[in-house]
Design a protein around this ligand. Structure first.
Ligand SMILES: NC(=O)c1ccc[n+]([C@@H]2O[C@H](COP(=O)([O-])OP(=O)(O)OC[C@H]3O[C@@H](n4cnc5c(N)ncnc54)[C@H](O)[C@@H]3O)[C@@H](O)[C@H]2O)c1
Length: 264
């Protein structure tokens, strides 16, 4: 059956869980999914910020709830998905967005920085995927899982080897799970953002002088053919596409959205 164009992004009646959704890219994703009609669970390690984001969506007339949840903890993955089912009755969409990118030259790498980055970015993605897929399978339907990778999975930025390794892992994990779960109707895909202006990217350059910040921004922009950094909504719109019926034949795809950085 061919769906009318207006239905291709319709998520009415769907339940979505977005990790790291209190701010940045995750917040923009949650807002787009809610606007498309989904009930959205804002899962974030920061409970006050998660509550604020959920309240903003509710005040705008959308359906939202918040859960304090640490993406690096397997028990939090299981609890978050079961809370989504308790509150909204089901789970249809999972977006693994929570991630950290602490700058550390590899020569100074510590076990703690390595483990924390891998645990949140890669292990967390695996076990949130597993918890959501188990719930979808138990409930006898498929779903959509969208993982947020990075251009760093394809080309290292520098001084984030641990991050690059984690996002390279997210790309291959996406393909591996997509292959295993397509027969269950669980479609796993990823988005690889380029440089997006978020609270996280601002925080990563705090402490630098204004001059250094300006030089860093200039150097980055020179590498982006489109000539601008991305906005969180540049990524949210692609996640919305992957979450809806428009992407019903996409399995294991990695969509790059980087203003042309990787073709430069
Ligand atoms: N901003 C970029 O330029 C960029 C580029 C490529 C990929 N990404 C990826 O996009 C995602 C979001 O990045 P952002 O820039 O919006 O980040 P951000 O730092 O602005 O926001 C991250 C959110 O995740 C939450 N969070 C942090 N640790 C968590 C944990 N352990 N469990 C649950 N929530 C946690 C934070 O509280 C916050 O709400 C990350 O996976 C990041 O690697 C970002």
């Amino acid at each position: 059956m061919t769906l009318p164009v207006g239905e291709l992004l319709n998520l009415s009646g769907k339940v979505a869980v977005v990790t790291g959704a209190a701010m940045g890219i995750g917040k923009a994703i949650a807002a787009r999914l809610a606007e498309a009609g989904a009930s959205v669970v804002i899962a974030d390690i920061n409970p006050e910020a998660a509550q604020k984001t959920a309240e903003e969506l509710i005040n705008d007339g959308y359906k939202a709830a918040h859960v304090q949840s640490d993406a690096s903890k397997i028990e939090d993955a299981e609890r978050t998905i079961s809370q989504a089912v308790d509150v909204f009755g089901d789970v249809d969409i999972l977006v693994n967005n929570a991630g950290i990118y602490p700058f550390t030259p590899a020569i100074d790498m510590t076990e703690a920085i390595w483990d924390k980055t891998i645990d949140i970015n890669l292990k967390g993605t695996m076990f949130f995927c597993q918890a959501a897929a188990r719930a979808m399978k138990d409930r006898g339907h498929g779903g959509k899982i969208i993982n947020i990778a990075s251009i760093d999975a394809f080309r290292p930025t520098g001084n984030v080897a641990h991050y690059d390794a984690s996002k390279g892992g997210v790309v291959m994990l996406t393909k591996a799970l997509a292959k295993e779960w397509a027969s269950l109707g669980i479609l796993v895909n990823a988005v690889a953002p380029g440089s997006i202006a978020t609270p996280g990217t601002s925080a990563s350059i705090t402490g630098l002088s204004d001059e250094k910040k300006a030089a860093l921004t200039r150097a980055f922009l020179e590498k982006i053919p489109l000539g601008r950094m991305g906005e969180p909504d540049d990524i949210a719109k692609i996640v919305l596409f992957l979450a809806g019926p428009a992407a019903d034949y996409m399995v294991g795809a990695i969509i790059i959205a980087d203003g042309g950085y990787l073709v430069n």
